[in-house]
Design a protein around this ligand. Structure first.
Ligand code: ZN
Length: 286
């Protein structure tokens, strides 16, 4: 049968992946497996141990060092091992992300627009099978060095997720992760079981538009004026940023640059210049 590699904690402060993959490792029934399953609950283990996004050893972001370097520092070595030893054994690749300490997302699974449309269709089908409440064709701010890009360039069926954030989990997002892992393996034809169908089908989001991301241009105290999942129209007030230096000065207003719903938000209440404030995507109607 086919091979699958399942990873969590590519960023060390994202927890739905490690929980879902610990759960899988404890419950997997090998008699129902046809093929190969490689489970890496904590991909960037030093970062996970330190509860931070990047490795405390070399300060590197795992998702910016692919394909890795065989004589590099520890994060580059892990990436190189995954690229050269593990990915060639696999057809299906699932990398479970969440927002980490700095971001929070509506729980979604995601694929990318690819030049190879047959591969893209396979990625979209696997993304839909994961059965998160939302799914999306994701635009990356910078795709260089990403695990995603590496796996896609090697022709793999690649699915990523963002299942929550804030450096914590909820029962709902942990369950979405567990269900998604199960469904992904069933979809791949590796696990002989029925998929777990959620009560309402995944809703497709589209961020193939300019102005999907809103970045902060100020340091300050962030007051979000809309919440995750809220609908917005272009020009709506989405946030105020107050001075942290003095009272009485007017806050800066941030307006939605496009129509859609709020899919992601900055989590900490103190925001810095250049921080991602919100991402807005459109709901795709059937
Ligand atoms: Zn991540």
């Amino acid at each position: 049968g086919p091979g699958a590699i399942l990873t969590g904690a590519n960023h060390g402060d994202e927890y739905e992946g490690p929980i879902a993959l610990h759960h899988l490792a404890n419950t997997i029934d090998m008699d129902k497996i046809q093929g190969r399953v490689i489970i890496i609950p904590m991909m960037n283990y030093p970062a996970f141990q330190a509860a931070q996004r990047v490795s405390p050893i070399d300060q590197l972001n795992m998702n910016r060092v692919f394909p890795g370097q065989p004589k590099g520092s520890v994060t580059q070595l892990i990436a190189d091992y995954i690229t050269t030893a593990l990915l060639p054994m696999c057809d299906y690749v699932l990398d479970i992300h969440s927002g980490g300490k700095t971001l929070e997302f509506l729980p979604f699974a995601a694929y990318h627009e690819l030049d190879n449309k047959q591969q893209q269709q396979a990625c979209e089908a696997a993304t839909l099978a994961f059965a998160a409440p939302w799914y999306i064709s994701l635009i990356e701010i910078d795709a260089g060095g990403m695990y995603d890009t590496q796996a896609e360039e090697m022709g793999k069926v690649f699915v990523s997720t963002e299942l929550g954030g804030g450096g914590s989990t909820t029962p709902a997002t942990a369950e979405i992760g567990k269900r998604g892992v199960h469904n992904f393996l069933v979809h791949a034809g590796i696990l002989d079981a029925n998929p777990v169908i959620p009560s309402s089908p995944p809703v497709k989001l589209d961020m193939q538009q300019d102005n999907a991301f809103v970045f902060s241009e100020h340091n300050g105290l962030l007051e979000p004026c809309v919440g995750l999942g809220d609908p917005v129209s272009k020009g709506d007030l989405i946030a105020l940023v107050y001075s942290t230096e003095r009272t009485g000065s007017k806050p800066v207003k941030y307006l939605a640059a496009s129509d859609g719903i709020i899919v992601g938000r900055n989590f900490p209440s103190l925001i810095k210049i250049g921080d991602f404030m919100n991402v807005i995507a459109k709901v795709v109607q059937d």
